[in-house]
Design a protein around this ligand. Sequence first.
Ligand code: APR
Length: 229
Amino acid sequence: MKKKLVVLTGAGMSAESGIKTFRDTGGLWEEYDVMEVASIDGWRRNPTLMTEFYNQRRAQLEHAQPNRGHVALAELEEMFDVRIVTQNVDNLHERAGSTHVLHLHGELTKVRSVLDESKVQDIGYRKMEPGEKGPDGAPLRPHIVWFGEAVPLIGEAAHLVREADIFAVIGTSLNVYPAAGLVGDLRPGRPAFLIDPNEVAMTLPGFTIIREGAAKGVDTMREHLLKLI
Ligand code: APR
């Protein structure tokens, strides 16, 4: 029986794939007002602006590649039962070969009916036209969890962390809840790792801190993990 390794990832995981983080210098929230382009109120005020914002990010994703960190996490599935809980809306974990990826904040390549959130469809990297309608005749919206909206998968994610034998946090500033609160679901005494070149918004007693980028840091973590099999 493989040990359960649960990994919480954020934008820093994809930084070395050329995808901007949010709160680093030069991050996305320096360029855009988050409440204009990533909140439900923003959608109600200006759905066209938000449709364009996600079209740009989706088009950029087509040309981004998983970095060594994504691939190293996928390779760890040989030794561990790896569950990725990501705040990222990109598909780089899946494209690197990870087989269990839970997207807390939605997925950039998917859209859904504004009337029925279960009516989700994959549009790949193409643009969604402003006002484009889905099969149910209702307008479509990006399948993204915006500020001001609930995080439907947070319960499932908390269950995964509670069941974890080993936990890792990679590339997230731990500024945004409820995702950041998952750290509190880890059972005491379980080995835990943080991979981040910078300080994060939470003290993490007992964590092994790996002050590296994800592309190198996951391989560094692997050396520690080999002793825990
Ligand atoms: N490797 C690993 N971590 C990195 C790297 C890298 N190469 N470069 C930067 N980082 C770290 C930063 O130090 C920071 O701690 O990644 C983190 C990025 O933090 P944020 O930009 O706040 O991104 P994230 O934590 O994922 O944001 C959470 O906020 O805007 C919302 O919904 C959005 O999912 C997002 C959520």
